[in-house]
Design a binder for this molecule. Structure first.
Ligand SMILES: *Cc1c(COP(=O)(O)O)cnc(C)c1O
Length: 398
């Protein structure tokens, strides 16, 4: 099935619901057993407790499995809950974990602040490492975390090269696949064991839900993730799952627009004299474009750029006056966002960093006099967005 068909058809079972196209928001904590035999497990029941989800969750899980491939899916209350549930599933005291240096900041925080406390050591690696990751492996390396493109700086991994090294040693690989929505990139098809997403972003698509998805390639990995999910009491309200399903139905067409407009805005920015760097792997000439082109079929609306900027006051006059670019965390909704960032604060060379690292960090050359930005290009008219940015740069200059 083509992805666009998957997104619109999977989990749609009108016959089960008297012709209604969508599954109901099916609420339930107690799910009563028909008889003692069922309670004793001698007769099968579909649901024995609401925490494992009802028809609403089943529909979303079915659609996600179709989209990303694999054996089993869990739904959790946030993207961050996907990260913690999966890491706790595969790691224990004494284990070593490899995480890319451009990982989402809360991934780092969980590793340095929580896993460390339970005796798991995290080491950060250069996202461009490729098969050289073999040099970082230890006997106790259990998981290699991946995020591609990475947060804030958008480097793309050579995932097949890393996976080949991991497979050779029986190490689990996990991809944070939020950027692609699971639509433009299929990590499981490249041998990755688990793909997680912040469903909060493009699956939800409307800035109104928090959700995490975990898709596992096979039964052994799914069993571990499912146990972790059960240990932690993870669950998602059927209302949020319903909204996620609604978002998922239109994710393909939305992403196509985000992709198209994102590239137009990146091109526009490349002609702005203050802009010194654009970090958009889907764009010709980007350092990671070739890897992206090999593995991805499109880009979402999220990318980064660096501009000359004398001070915070100039930045304020630029961003505070924007009409269509709001400032806020998270992304993947219908609206455009802009966010001043500082990758230096989220990399291994930051002061007070906890995780060990044997990489020689790639220095972020853009300190004083420069400002790194993250932009999410939404579904507005791209011409309106460009006019808005043009006026913003005029204010920056003034
Ligand atoms: C936003 C984000 C998350 C976390 O998602 P939440 O639902 O906000 O917890 C995880 N990974 C990446 C790459 C993200 O951008």
């Amino acid at each position: 099935m083509n992805d666009d068909t998957t997104l619109t058809r999977l989990g749609v079972h009108p016959k089960q619901y008297h012709g209604a196209v969508n599954p109901p928001v099916m609420r339930g904590s107690t799910m009563v057993f028909p008889n003692l035999a069922a309670l004793d497990g001698k007769e099968e029941v579909l649901y024995d407790y609401g925490i494992y989800g009802t028809d609403t969750a089943v529909a979303l899980r079915e659609a996600l499995l179709g989209l990303e491939g694999g054996y089993g899916v869990e739904l959790v209350p946030s993207g961050l809950a996907s990260i913690s549930t999966v890491l706790l599933a595969f790691l224990q005291k004494g284990d070593h974990l490899l995480v890319p240096d451009n990982a989402y900041h809360s991934t780092r925080r969980f590793c340095d602040g929580c896993l460390l406390k339970y005796g798991v050591e995290t080491e950060y690696f250069d996202p461009a490492i490729g098969s050289d990751i073999k040099d970082l492996l230890r006997d106790n390396t259990k998981v290699i975390w991946l995020e591609s493109p990475g947060s804030l700086t958008f480097e793309v991994h050579d995932t097949p090269a890393i996976v080949a090294v991991a497979k050779d040693k029986g190490i689990i690989t996990v991809m944070d696949n939020t950027w692609s929505g699971g639509y433009y990139y299929k990590p499981l098809a490249q041998g990755v064991d688990v793909s997680i997403q912040a469903g909060t972003k493009y699956i939800g698509g409307h800035s109104d839900i928090l959700l995490g998805t975990i898709v596992c390639a096979d039964k052994p990995s799914y069993t571990k993730v499912h146990n972790s999910y059960q240990f932690l009491g993870m669950c998602v309200s059927p209302d949020d799952i319903y909204l996620a399903l609604r978002g998922l139905r239109s994710m393909g067409v939305r992403l196509e627009r985000h992709n198209e407009s994102g590239l137009v805005i990146a091109d526009y920015l490349s002609g702005v004299k203050e802009v010194v760097k654009i970090m958009h792997p889907g764009r010709e000439g980007d350092d990671y474009h070739d890897l992206w082109k090999r593995d991805f079929t499109g880009s979402c609306g999220l990318f980064g750029f660096v501009m000359e900027c004398v001070d915070r006051g100039a930045l304020a006059s630029m961003v505070d006056g924007l009409e269509y670019f709001d400032m806020g965390y998270s992304w993947g909704g219908f609206g455009s966002l802009i966010l001043p960032t500082d990758p230096r604060g989220e990399r291994s060379w930051r002061s007070g960093a906890v995780g060990v690292s044997r990489i020689k960090p790639r220095n972020w050359d853009y300190g004083d006099g420069y400002q790194t930005m993250r932009i999410h290009v939404g579904l507005e008219s791209v011409n309106d967005l460009i006019k808005d940015l043009e006026k913003g740069f005029e204010r920056l200059r003034r």
